[in-house]
Design a protein around this ligand. Structure first.
Ligand SMILES: [Zn+2]
Length: 248
């Protein structure tokens, strides 16, 4: 395999991961700024106090801002599988895109290729389980919409990154049961805080049913929740099964 070319652009916005430092999560973002340069400048601005481990430009160029062993400030107030302080255990990748505020657009092929290659490297280096590869909106549904509904999660899943279960048909006539949906969201990893699942549902749709992210519990969303819950349960079980690593 061709080695990935990574350039360094050190950010002062990092800290210690604390002890024990155990990386087992990957958080994908979009930069949500008018240009790549503006985004990188902000991620390196000591006053902004934000950063990420990597930035991937639309032409596929990869920048390292914070070493993987250190904590970057990318997740903010967030929660997944009942745990907060996700910066301590995660790696953050900022994918350049103007985002919903500045002209959201598809992620180019060259960029997605770099996303794939970097994610595969990190997942294998830290044995990150599939259900721990998330979007920022998954872990902060009330605040964030990145990387958004145009992000090609199915493509990443075909490359062995993250979860994207097959869609089963037919999906009509399914009972719409809010309590069950909250249970499914929680089982997948979403933190539903106030008994109103709308924000988490919208984040779920953005990620797994991107054609319509309205936060409404329709029968297609019900079906998708069940498919994703099953896939996550399988991924979680697989990640607990000890495997033998040949040659490493
Ligand atoms: Zn983000």
């Amino acid at each position: 395999m061709i080695p990935i070319e990574i350039r360094d652009r050190p950010s002062p916005n990092f800290g210690s991961r604390g002890e024990p430092a155990h990386i087992d999560m990957l958080v994908l973002h979009y930069t949500g700024m008018a240009s790549a340069e503006a985004a990188i400048e902000r991620l390196c601005d000591p006053d902004a106090k934000v950063s990420a481990h990597y930035v991937i430009e639309e032409n596929g160029a990869i920048w390292r801002l914070v070493p993987e062993t250190l904590r970057a400030s990318h997740a903010g107030l967030s929660c997944w599988e009942g745990k907060t302080d996700l910066n301590a255990v995660s790696l953050g990748i900022e994918i350049v895109n103007p985002g919903h505020e500045w002209g959201y657009r598809p992620f180019p092929d060259a960029q997605m290729l770099s996303v794939e290659r970097l994610c595969r490297t990190l997942i294998s280096r830290y044995s990150i389980p599939a259900h721990r590869v998330v979007g920022h909106s998954d872990i902060a549904p009330d605040r964030k919409t990145d990387p958004g509904e145009l992000f090609d999660w199915p493509r990443l899943a075909r490359a062995g990154i993250g979860i994207w279960p097959r869609t089963e048909l037919p999906r009509s006539g399914l009972a719409v049961d809010e309590a069950r949906a909250i249970g499914d969201l929680a089982a997948i990893g979403y933190c539903v805080t106030d008994n109103s699942p709308t924000a988490a549902l919208r984040a779920f749709q953005r990620r797994f049913r991107p054609a319509r992210c309205d936060g409404l519990l329709d029968s297609e969303t019900v079906a998708r929740l069940s498919e994703v819950r099953t896939a996550v349960t399988q991924a979680r079980a697989a990640s607990r099964t000890p495997t033998s690593h040949v040659g490493s």
